[in-house]
Design a protein. Structure first.
Lengths: 231, 173
């Protein structure tokens, strides 16, 4: 039984999963299953888009409210402070590109990033595959990593949160290298974080989470050794 | 930051600060905490502007999604009780009631969403707002509303599907 087959056997559960994904309230395993499925299923991808749009409409319906007088100055002070730090540590071009995007945002103009000019690739109904591995910290499982095939594939990390919150870097181990995938904040009660998989699923060996400074927070053994779902 | 960049950033902050703060205060129900959330949301939007993807929707929706997620994180960290999930619907409706139909007719998406929410039975509306705005899972909604998990899932699912149908009708007409 593939994820795709399984997904369509119970229509209420299918909708609950799509709605959960649209609202961002799924746990890591369900999230990975949904992402793996919609990468190959036009019907569910379209339905998911509809639920996301509806959720956005509800969020947009909340009326605005006036913040305190010093709000704008406080935001600008933080942005200017960060901008100075960036200028010291990055090439000028990078800072300018951010400024250009901010200008575009302020004008309400969408920014074309990535491959918008290319038509989306047609989806074909090939079964998705998902692998799972526990995240181990000090000999104990503190979460799990789920990786799915697809274009793109997805990596979903679910891990017990730290209180107070800590900044965590996610490193992907492949056969021949270790790639930094991103940085996220781990706060209570449980943190789930996801990112498109930049390499084919078959080349993924494992995931390591590190703290600021490089200390290892948690790591997986080989994903290939864990449970596999789908074809 | 060059003067031109600064002017653009100020324009960005001024354009979205009311919406961002309004959403934050609706969720965390505490002005001071909402200001912290709103500040962080504006800074994160600025910081990640380069990776904003127009395919994901409008800038406003993107900034509001950041705000919503930060607000939910704050609620969970503080383990606090949020505002009544119905209150924003009532406040928004009261503020716009006289002109709601007219605004919907003129294609105002915000008014259409309020009008659509008001068509839902109260228990569905509560479940949808708790899940959508407050990030509550079906299990958490069942605990808050003191209903079985299956009932909670049904209310969220049915409510969101009805809302979608209402709003899709608005999009077509």
């Amino acid at each position: 039984v593939t994820i795709s087959d399984d997904f369509h056997t119970d229509d209420e559960r299918r909708r609950d999963l799509l709605i959960g994904e649209a609202l961002g309230i799924l746990d890591g395993r369900d999230r990975a299953a949904v992402l793996a499925h919609v990468a190959h299923c036009d019907r569910c991808a379209e339905e998911l888009s509809g639920f996301v749009a509806t959720a956005d409409d509800v969020i947009s319906a909340v009326p605005g409210a006036e913040p305190s007088v010093g709000f704008e100055s406080a935001v600008m002070a933080r942005i200017e402070s960060e901008s100075r730090t960036r200028r010291r540590s990055r090439p000028t071009a990078a800072v300018l590109s951010v400024a250009a995007v901010v200008i575009a945002l302020a004008l309400g103009v969408g920014v074309l990033i990535g491959q918008l000019a290319s038509p989306p690739e047609p989806k074909v109904a090939i079964p998705a595959k998902m692998v799972e591995a526990p995240l181990i910290e000090g000999g104990h499982a503190v979460g799990a990593v789920y990786a799915s095939s697809g274009s793109p594939g997805w990596l979903v990390v679910t891990v017990e949160a730290k209180d107070p919150a800590v900044t965590v870097h996610c490193l992907l181990r492949t056969a021949d290298s270790t790639k930094w995938l991103g940085t996220f904040t781990l706060g209570p009660p449980v943190a789930s974080w996801s990112v498109p998989l930049p390499v084919p699923l078959a080349s993924v060996r494992g995931v390591t989470l590190t703290l600021e400074g490089g200390a290892v927070l948690a790591t997986t053994k080989s994903l290939a050794a864990g449970p596999t779902y789908g074809a | 930051m060059a003067s031109g960049d600064r002017a653009a950033t100020v324009a960005f902050v001024r354009r979205y600060q009311r919406r961002v703060f309004g959403l934050a205060v609706s969720i965390v129900n505490d002005r001071a905490a909402a200001e912290d959330v709103a500040q962080e949301a504006m800074v994160r939007a600025w910081r990640h502007a380069a990776v904003f993807d127009v395919r994901r929707g409008s800038v406003e929706r993107w900034v509001l999604t950041i705000t919503r997620n930060l607000s939910i994180d704050t609620l969970r960290r503080r383990r606090s009780i949020s505002t009544d999930p119905m209150s924003f619907v009532d406040v928004a409706a009261a503020a716009t009631d006289a002109t709601l139909d007219e605004r919907v007719e003129h294609g105002d998406r915000r008014a259409a969403a309020i009008a659509a929410l008001r068509t839902l039975p109260e228990e569905q509306r509560r479940a949808v707002v708790l899940a959508t705005l407050h990030g509550r899972t079906a299990l958490e909604v069942s605990e808050i509303e003191q209903i079985p998990l299956g009932t909670s899932k049904t209310r969220i699912r049915t409510g969101l599907m009805r809302l979608r149908a209402e709003l899709d009708t608005e999009r077509i007409t």
